[in-house]
Structure formats: structure tokens, C-alpha cells
Design a protein. Structure first.
Length: 378
């Protein structure tokens, strides 16, 4: 999630206060009382949607000063997740949930004020996580540096293929423009960078792309990339534009999008950013997206919440049905006050041990969890 120009003033003020927020957060989480309580789900959703979800009442991950890393570009030790952790992807592997998440160092006296890297944590129950000590993907002295430095490696999505290879679509930010890049791994720790997703088949589309979620199918607790009409399909950026691929690395834009415009005054009029999942189902493609408020008076003016839509499998852009209000919205203090304000952003939804686990960034500062029993969602 990147803020509009009109929001940059508030966003800049956020990073100035971020160290104080991080310090107070470290002291406050987890709370001693009712630390593992779930909130009750509030809405009844239509049969085609996933949910309703019950939120955990505290984050599952927060910033820490303990993690240190020798930055190969800055040539110094950095506390690489001291300012924010948020917007994770999720993968179930070998009976554990693995989160790969965006982590910010800083604040520091550079133009962007921080560098983002991708961290890894795992859990046997999906709620209590162990961190890997160092980032698993980060700006380095390699061919991707022009895209990644100094802003870093941001909001990511991960999908698995039939062979067990993991494909990460991540947003690189050099401080001036976005680019959607691809990396692959067999173990979620060691990643091979392949550069921009559109470099080979549409070089004019490298700049200005971000947030790519690949259509998948559920196979037990795995989400496997699936072909539609012989091609892999990906929704990208704030309009859920379409792209296709033969190999999950080289992508070709199709010149059309799910949303090319929106009726004003809705919770998602401001943005429909490709979000937690694009799931193939008999009735269509279930698409979760990050919704930028465009005038809904029940939400703060600049709020980010979560939406769901059912997309037609035939033309892959037609919205057959859509939730008319968010299925998750910023409510708790740590979702409302952080590096930014009033934001829940989700890039990871996985089935695990009889539940759907939805991991989301809260106010660009913490990682939260909402859950739904699988039998409650068709």
C-alpha cells in the first residue's frame, strides 16, 4: 500500500514519531490478560465469500530492536525491523505457517527515510511466531539494485507451483517509482531474484507496477498456482489489471483491468489493490483486495479496509458479485494509530488446520490475524 500525494504530509509525520510508537508497542504487546482471545465475527456474508472473520485482539508480530543485519550496501549494521513490520504473505509448509513480511529500518536521514526488507517467521499454531534472525530478501549489490535502492523490497505475494517451488511477486521501490519483481525459492529462506516481471515481454510496463496476486487453487493446506485457458493469471496494482504467463516469472499485460473506474462515495472508490488471494472456485475467481476509501462516511477519509469480489472466469474482468462493505476494517487502536492511520492491508490468506488464516498489516506498523473456520466458508 502506498499513500496518495495528498496523504504524504500525515505519512511523513508518522515516521518522525515512529521510534516512540515502536518503543511503546514493544512494551505493550502482548497484553497479559486475554492475550489469545478472538473477537466474535460481526457480519453474515453471502455463500460465495470467505468469512465472517474473527480478529485477534492483539498483533501476532510487532517491530523489534533485537534484529540486526549487516547491510551490504550501507556497509553497516542496521536494526532492520525496528520501525515497522506489516503487509505479510503467508505460506503453509511442512505443517507450519510461514509469514514473509515487510520490515522497515530507520528512521534515517535519507530521502526515503527507511529501507524495506523481507523478513521470515514461522509458527506451529498460526498465532505464536519465531523470527528468522536476518531478512531473506533485501537490496543488495546485484542487478536489481536500481529498482530496490534505497526504498527496498515491499508488499509481496507468494504462490507455489506443482513442483513445490515458491514464487514471490514483490514491489521494489527505489524512492521514485515502483516496479513489480519476481524471486523464487525452494525453502522460503534462500531466494533467487529474476528481476522485473515485465522486463522480457513488456519492458515499457516495468515502472509503475506493484502488488501482483496469482490465481491459485486450494489443495489441502496448499495454494497452488493454476492455469486458466492454458495460462497463469495475475491481478496487479490498484485496478487489478490482468497479466498472463507461461512460467510464473515472465509476465505479459493483457491491457484490461477489473476496475477501470469506480462510483464515488464507496469504501473502495479510492483503490482496489490486488490483495490476499485470487482463488479459483466453481462459481468464479474469488478476489480479495485492499480497498482505499473514496468517500464512505462510515470510515475515516483515508482509511484502507478489505473487500471481496467474485470475478467471472470467462472474461476474467467481470465482477459478478461484490461485498458492498468491508469484511475487515480498522477498529482497534493498533489498527488506527501507527506509522500511518486507519489501515488494514492483507496480502496473505491461507487454509491451515481447519481454518482460514488472514494476516494483515495494521496501520503500517503491526501484523494482525483474523480467522474463519473452513466449514463456515465454501
Amino acid at each position: 500500500m502506498r499513500l496518495a500525494i495528498s496523504e504524504l504530509k500525515d505519512y511523513t509525520a508518522g515516521w518522525v514519531a515512529a521510534l516512540l510508537v515502536a518503543a511503546s508497542a514493544l512494551l505493550a504487546w502482548p497484553p497479559l490478560a486475554s492475550a489469545d482471545n478472538d473477537q466474535k465475527p460481526k457480519d453474515v456474508l453471502p455463500d460465495w465469500a470467505i468469512g465472517p472473520f474473527a480478529k485477534r485482539d492483539h498483533p501476532v508480530l510487532s517491530p523489534t530492536l533485537d534484529s540486526k543485519f549487516e547491510c551490504p550496501i550501507e556497509k553497516r549494521t542496521v536494526r532492520w525491523e525496528q520501525q515497522n513490520v506489516y503487509n505479510p504473505a503467508a505460506v503453509v509448509r511442512e505443517g507450519k505457517v510461514h509469514l514473509l513480511y515487510r520490515a522497515d529500518d530507520g528512521p534515517k536521514p535519507t530521502a526515503w527515510g527507511r529501507t524495506c526488507r523481507i523478513g521470515l517467521a514461522w509458527s506451529e499454531d498460526g498465532r505464536h511466531f519465531t523470527r528468522f534472525a536476518k531478512p531473506v530478501l533485501y537490496p543488495d549489490l546485484d542487478s536489481c539494485k536500481p529498482y530496490e535502492w534505497e526504498g527496498g523490497c515491499e508488499d509481496l505475494h507468494i504462490v507455489e507451483d506443482e513442483s513445490g517451488t515458491y514464487f514471490m511477486n514483490y514491489t521494489a521501490w527505489n524512492g521514485r517509482q515502483d516496479a513489480l519483481l519476481v524471486a523464487t525459492s525452494k525453502d522460503l529462506i534462500h531466494w533467487t531474484k529474476h528481476g522485473p516481471a515485465f522486463a522480457k515481454l513488456a519492458s515499457d510496463r516495468v515502472a509503475g507496477t506493484r502488488s501482483g496476486v496469482v490465481v491459485s487453487r486450494r489443495a489441502g493446506d496448499r495454494l497452488i498456482a493454476t492455469r486458466i485457458n492454458g495460462k497463469y493469471l495475475m491481478f496487479i496494482s490498484h485496478t487489478c489489471a490482468l497479466a498472463e504467463s507461461d512460467n510464473l516469472i515472465d509476465w505479459k499485460p493483457l491491457g484490461k483491468a477489473v476496475w477501470s473506474g469506480s462510483k464515488p462515495g464507496l469504501f473502495d472508490s479510492g483503490s482496489h489493490e490486488a490483495g490476499a488471494i485470487a482463488l479459483e472456485r466453481p462459481e468464479g475467481i474469488l478476489l480479495c483486495y485492499n480497498a482505499g476509501n473514496g468517500g464512505d462516511p462510515t470510515l475515516p477519509a483515508s482509511a484502507w479496509s478489505l473487500g471481496q469480489a467474485l470475478i467471472d472466469c470467462r472474461d476474467r474482468t467481470g465482477v459478478q458479485q461484490r461485498l458492498d462493505r468491508p469484511f475487515l476494517r480498522p477498529e482497534m487502536e493498533w489498527e488506527v494509530k501507527g506509522f500511518t492511520r486507519s489501515a488494514v492491508v492483507a496480502n496473505g490468506l491461507v487454509p491451515f488446520k481447519g481454518e482460514w488464516l488472514l494476516y494483515y498489516g495494521a496501520a503500517d506498523h503491526h501484523i494482525g490475524l483474523a480467522t474463519c473456520r473452513l466449514e463456515n466458508a465454501k
